[in-house]
Design a protein around this ligand. Sequence first.
Ligand SMILES: [Fe+2]
Ligand SMILES: [Fe+2]
Length: 142
Amino acid sequence: MALFDWQDTYSVGIEKMDSQHRKLFEIANAFLAAFERGEPRAALVAIFDELAAHTVSHFADEERLMQECGYAGFDRHKLSHEKLVERVLGYKRRIESVEPGVETRAMNVIKTWLNAHLLGMDRDYRDSVMRWEAGKTAAKLA
Ligand SMILES: [Fe+2]
Ligand SMILES: [Fe+2]
């Protein structure tokens, strides 16, 4: 399966969020590489756990940021995160129980989701965060 390919268009222009997004791609690629090398189930489960944990902590950071800057689309965005976490946890159980073909299915779903989410919803909070950051800087200079 093709790797998760980071592209500059995924950037939301906020360094902390970009680096957390890039880390998601890295862990997903580590999972794919381990799967293709035929690593033992425990190793695959451990990497998938790391992916799930990073996803949850990234969403928490992103949601905090959106709330701080008063982003209007917060509820809808949080719901989208919650739905993905539910799916990821479902895949975790199915990977643990060695459901045939689940590894590539899971990674395809996550890849499609990330692509759409980064280019859509995540890009959408960017302006609110930028305005908020600019306001903070202006307040500091005043
Ligand atoms: Fe998001
Ligand atoms: Fe995000």
